[in-house]
Design a protein around this ligand. Sequence first.
Ligand SMILES: Nc1ncnc2c1ncn2[C@@H]1O[C@H](COP(=O)(O)OP(=O)(O)O)[C@@H](O)[C@H]1O
Ligand SMILES: [Mg+2]
Length: 260
Amino acid sequence: MKTISTMMMKGGSGKTTLTRILASAALARGMKVHIFDVDTDPQALGWEASFNRASWGKIDKPAWRHDQLTISGAVADMDEIYDGYDRMEAEGYDLVLIDTRPGANADTEDLILATDLVLIPTRPEQSDYSVAERTLEWFEDILQTVTPDSPIPALRTVLTAVPSKMISVLTGDLDIVSLTPRDRDALQAVMDMPHALTVIPNSKYWREIAAWGPLGVAAEAANSQPAGRLQGGAMMDILAGGDALLDELLAVIDVREAAE
Ligand SMILES: Nc1ncnc2c1ncn2[C@@H]1O[C@H](COP(=O)(O)OP(=O)(O)O)[C@@H](O)[C@H]1O
Ligand SMILES: [Mg+2]
């Protein structure tokens, strides 16, 4: 069982969306996932309710996968997390995601140290990456407080909500000079951080993920209905990016474990 947390001093950067993206990709692989939503504004906790409320128009909604995805809210103390790990490991869970609250909170420090990998999401905008840089410094400060022999989590910043033009530059389909100086600065800033190689595009499906539920499940349902084929195909394309990120992050954790 692997554990991944999000961490970011400011809200609105895509922490919760990233958590849902990884859950979507993991479910599509048949993995069993638990999300601890410890945000004081628990968006992920209400995922099933927002999915139930949402209208899918002409497409019939699939059943929520209770067998593969569980979500719980605020925890009283760290024992609740560690006891949860023990129970989930015994119940065959493959992945635990912890979505923390924004701000430099002491509880977040304990939570991220209880995971294999910490993700700092950032949009390619100065208001985000400048805070991501400060969050990185905070992470380094936290590492100073742990005893020398205790395992420390790996860390990656993740560039998210990336506009299509910037994606084209990253894939080599467009020359970097076609970006504005501000966008170039943003890319440079992210490259200078310990970033994941996979970036997450700005996508309508990720923006609407609260309504779609885990995207692989949604894509499968949409694809099986004539009215949903077009959307289903587009969802699969977008999900592939989430799968690539999950793949990369699981490999980072494996390498770290092998080195220990
Ligand atoms: N990759 C993305 N594509 C499109 N919209 C996104 C993406 N990531 C986040 N968003 C949108 O940005 C807003 C903030 O994202 P959210 O994940 O709630 O941030 P946080 O949890 O850090 O506060 C939400 O409206 C979300 O739908
Ligand atoms: Mg959030």
